[in-house]
Design a binder for this molecule. Structure first.
Ligand SMILES: Nc1ncnc2c1ncn2[C@@H]1O[C@H](COP(=O)(O)OP(=O)(O)OP(=O)(O)O)[C@@H](O)[C@H]1O
Ligand SMILES: [Mg+2]
Length: 227
């Protein structure tokens, strides 16, 4: 088991006197190593909230989130840093590439903490391999503002993969992309899943991407329902 969410609840209130809105409601969710899972659900149903809790960008109000055998909700800052840097890759709903850095620099940001020269060389080689794989190596020296939305999303997926994570959390990685770009990203994710054992948890509105995953859930009233 790579992920096991137990009795997770999360509410938000817009102001201190407004009633809290329950987004995730005592929900449970499990994923096996190497699983590929799509999360569907209408806008506002809590998909990004769920990914943010698993990615430790936010904390649940109650409940436990086991990554393998550790409850990540209890992690201390140093454990959180290691978890975020080594175990998870995150593709955000809006790609969040740094506008002042080139595509290649963006992809290598998660490796900046490395100081070993051989490791840095390996990361450069991996960046080259993955950027070629998704067809944007020729754009490596350009700023994200000069790329199309699909090219930026491909760069964001490569950046999420650069530290060989165990699980990829991807929030609408193909949002607003055309069929061809959806296909390119879907092919890359499935290749990494099949050949490198990468677990995939993908939030998507795309039926095409969802249909490539092993399992599909829909968030209904704060709980995932297997489709
Ligand atoms: N930081 C926050 N503060 C207040 N409310 C929030 C916050 N984050 C999310 N919400 C609310 O929680 C609900 C779920 O938001 P979330 O972003 O998880 O939805 P989503 O399923 O990802 O939607 P979309 O498909 O539009 O991306 C929404 O009503 C949203 O307004
Ligand atoms: Mg969202």
């Amino acid at each position: 088991m790579i992920l096991n969410l137990q009795n997770i609840s999360k509410s938000f209130s817009i102001s201190h006197d407004a009633p809290a809105r329950i987004v995730l409601n005592d929900m449970n969710f499990k994923m096996e190593e190497g699983d590929s899972v799509a999360i569907l659900g209408p806008s506002g149903s809590g998909k990004t909230t769920m990914l943010n809790l698993i990615g430790t960008l936010d904390r649940p109000d109650s409940g436990k989130i086991f990554f393998r055998d550790k409850n990540i909700v209890d992690f201390k800052p140093r454990e959180l840093d290691a978890f975020r840097n080594q175990e998870i890759g995150f593709v955000f709903q809006f790609h969040h590439l740094l506008p002042q850095c080139s595509v290649l620099e963006n992809v290598l940001i998660p490796t900046l903490v490395l100081d070993d020269r051989d490791e840095k060389k390996q990361k450069y080689a991996l960046a080259e391999k993955l950027l070629k794989r998704v067809g944007i190596w020729d754009h490596k020296d350009k700023l994200p503002g000069k790329l199309s939305g699909g090219e930026c999303q491909r760069a964001a997926v490569v950046r999420a993969m650069i530290n060989n994570p165990s699980i990829l959390l991807a929030d609408e990685p193909t949002g607003a992309l055309d069929k061809e770009n959806v296909g390119i990203i879907a092919d890359l994710l499935m290749d990494l899943n099949k050949n490198e054992g990468l677990s995939l948890l993908v939030v998507t509105h795309s039926q095409e991407l969802a249909s490539r995953m092993n399992k599909t859930y829909e968030l209904v009233q704060g709980k995932p329902v297997l489709k």
